[in-house]
Design a protein. Structure first.
Length: 322
């Protein structure tokens, strides 16, 4: 009887990530960094390497690849995860690393008339998504991953599930989008009913929930608010399902709207979230409230919007205007 083979390194990384319920994006990024690290050192196994090799690779990213500070930090996190959680060894503090420079930039913010001009050139689901980015301060994927049960119309609240940092939070549901959103959900419900009639209509759920509530994937409450137009075949179950809209569809629509509105600023989907925070500060809301609505772990992240307020005549008056 042959002994079972030990899982390959990358499979062990994937398994360790899934046990800890990290997102699929984190899994994809970490596996990619581990693969690049191994290839960089001539396919040597990580157990044969340590601090010196990690420092050499991170320095290579900064000096030769010219990556950003956040990208270098992501690579470091992936390698520390590999050693500590997968190989169960602590490489210690990684020293002598050439650090990528972190530029200090003020976020791009649109004025209220500019936001209105942008939204005028959006229609349908892109308009609804963009309205939630600006009106609720959601990140793009947070908006696209909304399920029907996350919308509370009577209280005017949105519950963001498993946001950045695997944290839930609540934010406001703008009254302006209530009726358009209800009409949109009626159309989605008809689509869902047709899918059920075809023997489909299921959505992906976290593994534990799908096992505990096997009927939940087909229930209306668990459906995506913004479903995709096409089906995909799930690799594990073999079922035909609908995913939520891909973020690139909204990004393209917003980019086109920025161009059609004649805006000179390099605005994107995330610019609407920046504008949400800045306009709330302008209206006198305190920084802690805005921090909770945005889902920032540290208030220092939210404080960047105070720098925006102090520019362009909103804070300090130019001596030329005396």
């Amino acid at each position: 009887m042959t002994e079972p083979q030990e899982p390959k390194l990358l499979d062990r990384v994937r398994s360790a990530i899934r046990v800890r319920h990290y997102s699929r994006r984190t899994e994809k990024a970490y596996v990619c960094w581990v693969r690049r690290f191994v290839l960089f050192h001539g396919c040597r196994h990580p157990t044969e390497m340590g601090q010196k090799e990690i420092a050499a690779y991170l320095s290579h990213l900064a000096e030769q690849r010219k990556v950003s500070a956040s990208t270098q930090n992501q690579a470091l996190s992936a390698l520390l995860f590999l050693y500590r959680e997968v190989l169960e060894t602590d490489p210690g503090w990684v020293q002598d690393v050439v650090r990528a420079k972190r530029p200090v930039r003020v976020p791009v913010v649109l004025s209220a008339p500019e936001v209105a001009a942008l939204l005028e050139h959006l229609h349908g689901a892109p308009w609804l998504v963009a309205s939630l980015l600006y009106g609720s301060g959601l990140r793009l994927l947070e908006a696209l991953r909304l399920r029907v049960k996350d919308l509370d119309f009577p209280t005017g609240e949105i519950t963001v599930r498993d946001g950045k940092g695997q944290k839930d939070r609540r934010t406001m549901l703008p009254r302006t989008v209530v009726w358009p959103l209800r009409a949109h959900l009626r159309r989605v419900k008809l689509l869902h009913d047709r899918d059920l009639a075809l023997g489909r209509g299921g959505v992906a759920l976290p593994v534990a929930l799908a096992r505990k509530y096997p009927a939940a994937p087909r229930e209306w409450a668990w459906q995506w608010v913004f479903p995709a137009t096409r089906f995909y075949r799930d690799a594990e179950s073999g079922e035909h399902r609908r995913h939520h809209l891909h973020e690139s569809a909204i990004q393209r629509a917003v980019k086109s709207a920025v161009r059609e509105a004649g805006l000179a600023k390099p605005a994107s989907c995330h610019t609407l979230r920046h504008s949400f925070a800045t306009h709330l500060l302008e209206d006198g809301y305190d920084i802690r409230t805005i921090q909770e609505l945005l889902g920032h772990q540290d208030v220092s992240t939210t404080m960047v919007y105070t720098h925006v307020l102090n520019r362009g005549g909103r804070g300090v008056r130019s001596p030329l205007d005396r």
